[in-house]
Ligand binder design. Structure first.
Ligand SMILES: Cc1ncc(COP(=O)(O)O)c(C=O)c1O
Length: 411
């Protein structure tokens, strides 16, 4: 008998519940029906369904000369991009971050590239990473691809606040079992729930991680900030969590995954960054060594024009100001949609999870066939175990009443 053509480590791989496949199904139905409500993809669109473009990005991308389009991008990123990302991500905390940590920025193919390289390089095969029970499904694909398993804790307590107690118990237990802890936190503006941890919880998360690190257990915090620029109270508020990150134990490695897809609406161009922070130079040297290798081996240099355009927005005042103005409009649009959704949900007595900003509103439900039931009503949302996610980022005001009523009927 012939051996399998698939490698042993790949033989069980199946892409289940892929959000892109569901969005494709919605798009196919749109060709036959004009009343399809598509709240699937985490992509920001205007009321007319067109992508929310930022004019500075659009202008820059359309006006580069060949030398910024066709050649490979600098492997380590342009200086404008590297320094600009630090500046943009940390805002008023930048100096404090730089004085406290050794840092390294590595350009990646989207936030996904940053997450994927981090999971791969900091976990042994069959080790577990700690995530909440509601999570972005790609984390599971990424873990599978790296032969890593998931350990979950309940994200909410009985009051629908972040379940810090459950997080602490699970973190301590896993650290004891493995003599190692790798935690993924997607905040602010969690996908799929819209949860925002807030400062009080961040302070406690840092205390838990420090307690574990104090016991000589290696700790990695992967902080996925994909939706940070869409937090409902704006730029400064979304960066307050860094006040607490600064207090992390000296042996902890924090890896921040930044998504240019979300922050600049350049979903198709595949750009992001992996930012390493540690108080130990040795840890950052190791971080750089292994992740630069993965960069070369897995997807190589990133998208050149995207990196140039983003680098210019970060560093040239006129582009930055134009971007910031439009980003405020984007936040306002999301806020109006969230407010309207919440208002109708209240009228209909439909419970939604607390919304802290970002692209998604979620509703807990145990109805297993809700996804298909909603499709019968020409509504596409994403179903997770115990929850459905509504991408308000691509939902139009005119669709909300019908959507909320259908949700109420089926949850
Ligand atoms: C929670 C979360 N993290 C990271 C990403 C990364 O996106 P990208 O690879 O497009 O930057 C996404 C995209 O949907 C996301 O929802």
């Amino acid at each position: 008998m012939r051996k399998s053509i698939i490698a042993n480590h790949a033989k069980d791989k199946v892409l289940k519940n892929n959000i892109f496949k569901i969005a494709d199904r919605a798009n196919k139905m749109k060709k036959e029906h004009d009343d399809i409500i598509d709240a699937t993809l985490g992509m920001l669109t205007h009321e007319n369904g067109k992508v929310f473009k930022y004019s500075a990005i659009d202008y820059l991308l359309k006006n580069f000369t060949d030398k910024h389009y066709y050649p490979y991008a600098p492997f380590a990123g342009t200086r404008q991009f590297r320094e600009g990302v630090m500046n943009w991500v940390f805002g008023k905390h930048l100096n404090n971050i730089k004085e406290t940590f050794h840092t390294k920025v590595i350009p990646t193919a989207g936030g996904t590239g940053a997450i994927s390289n981090t999971v791969y390089n900091f976990n042994n095969y069959n080790e577990k990473i700690l995530i909440p029970n509601y999570f972005w499904p790609a984390y599971e694909n990424i873990a599978d691809e790296s032969n890593v398993k998931l350990e979950k804790y309940d994200m909410y307590d009985e009051n629908h606040d972040f379940n810090i107690k459950g997080f602490k118990e699970s973190a301590i237990k896993l650290a004891k079992e493995q003599d190692k802890l790798f935690v993924v936190i997607n905040d602010p503006c969690n996908n799929p729930t819209g949860l925002e941890l807030g400062e009080e919880n961040w302070e406690k998360v840092v205390m838990v991680l420090n307690e574990i690190s104090n016991n000589k257990v290696p700790v990695v915090l992967l902080l996925d900030i994909a939706y940070i620029d869409y937090e409902k109270d704006g730029y400064d508020s979304s960066r307050e969590l860094f006040k607490h990150i600064i207090n992390l134990h000296e042996e902890i490695l924090t890896v921040i995954s930044f998504s240019a897809s979300k922050s600049f609406s350049i979903y198709g161009l595949r750009l992001g960054a992996q930012i390493g922070l540690s108080k130990k130079k040795k840890i950052i040297n190791e971080f750089t060594r292994v992740n630069e290798h993965s960069l070369r081996a897995r997807f190589s240099n990133v998208n050149h024009p995207a990196m140039r355009a983003v680098g210019k927005i970060f560093t040239i005042t006129k582009y930055r100001e134009s971007y910031i103005k439009e980003l405020e409009l984007a936040r306002e649009l999301l806020k109006k949609r969230a407010d309207e959704f919440t208002r109708i949900a209240q009228e209909e007595n439909l419970d939604i999870l607390p919304y802290g900003g970002g692209f998604f509103i979620a509703i807990e439900t145990n109805k297993e066939n809700i996804f298909e039931k909603l499709i019968e009503e020409h509504i596409f949302v994403i179903a997770f175990p115990g929850l459905i996610r509504i991408a308000i980022s691509s939902l139009q005001f005119s669709q909300m009443e019908k959507l909320v009523r259908a949700l109420k009927k089926h949850v």
